[in-house]
Write a protein that binds this ligand. Sequence first.
Ligand SMILES: [Zn+2]
Length: 271
Amino acid sequence: MHMDRDRVICAFEIDGLIVDPGPASCVDTLLDRLGPVEPRALLLTHIHLDHAGATGVLCRRFPELRVYVHERGAAHLIDPSKLLASASRLYGDEMDALWGEVAPVPAERIQSLAGGETVEGFRVAYTPGHASHHVCYLHEDTGDAYVGDMAGVRIPPHEHTLAPTPPPDIDVEQWLDSLHTVASWNPQMLCMTHFGPVTDVADQLHRIRTALVDSADSARTDGEERFIARLENQVGAAVDQEGVLAYEQAAPPDQLYKGLERYWRKRAEAA
Ligand SMILES: [Zn+2]
């Protein structure tokens, strides 16, 4: 229930472990749904505020809570000032209403990940592309993969899939490579932050590859206005009115453009 809307941000609980707790603005809902469960660790896919904003608040509330995060994200949990500055450029005055308190995380709670290790019964893979510090987790007992933003934004009951491409880290080639890594796990299920588990794994991986390449092409050739109009037309044709609002909240179209525009600009500069 993000800003009173359901099916926007999903948190998963598995035997006292939480994958991506979401933002602090949703922490009351999270605690309510956890009931008597005392979480023992958070497995973060990445540190964007919609996935991990509540981490510091939860560490304060649960003194034993540990936090797993990719090594490139750890410093920004301990001192969130850069993360907040970067998010403020995108969200301005709405920061507080959208995300709530972003409390610093005590360094001693954090276990840094590189990818390739196994923690708490989960295999970890480094999966850059959406964020330079994104990881995915494979639950070895069930074969379920927790993929954060890597498999896209797909709001049930719809199949329409958007590639979430906000600034500043988008890298299309790395993202496609990371999808190979996820596919090579041969998962039973993809557990997506936006929104929920899906079992048509191969089809979903195909949807996100297509959406990412299509959207990157459009950002390169169309310019912002046409990019946004095209994307909104596609969503509008595929989903109902409530769905349109949920897609827009999970993946604001102007941000999707900004991230891809920056990606193409950096590539041109490098060339
Ligand atoms: Zn993200």
